[in-house]
Design a protein around this ligand. Structure first.
Ligand code: SF4
Ligand code: F3S
Length: 104
């Protein structure tokens, strides 16, 4: 599966949702997630994210992100249409520690 990671938080460019063939992106207030059981591993969303936030779970240390994506995809509504990114997204893009800051 592919997962949405840290750098989506407080940015939400949403370019990713337009290309997903199975509509498996879900939207929270500050970030998006992918449902790991619905993702068909096609990989087309990965290069679409300007924040480089979408990663394959085959990369190291992805377990926490798979869990994060699974947990919230079961709680949040699906998103299939691109919308404006969050206010201040330019400043937030690339900041570290966003998970700790906004989800603890
Ligand atoms: Fe959707 Fe493909 Fe991205 Fe999975 S890898 S979220 S199926 S676009
Ligand atoms: Fe987030 Fe990138 Fe999509 S910032 S909303 S994963 S395009």
């Amino acid at each position: 599966t592919y997962v949405v990671t840290d750098n989506c938080i407080m940015c939400k460019y949403t370019d990713c949702v337009e290309v997903c063939p199975v509509d498996c992106f879900y939207e929270g207030e500050n970030t998006l997630v992918i449902h790991p059981d619905e993702c068909i591993d096609c990989g087309v969303c990965e290069p679409e994210c300007p924040a480089d936030a979408i990663r394959p779970d085959t990369e190291p240390d992805m377990e926490q992100w798979v869990e994060f994506n699974r947990k919230y995809s079961e709680q949040w509504p699906v998103i299939t249409r691109k919308k404006d990114p969050m206010p201040g997204y330019q400043e937030m893009d690339g900041q570290t520690g966003k998970l700790e800051k906004y989800f603890s």
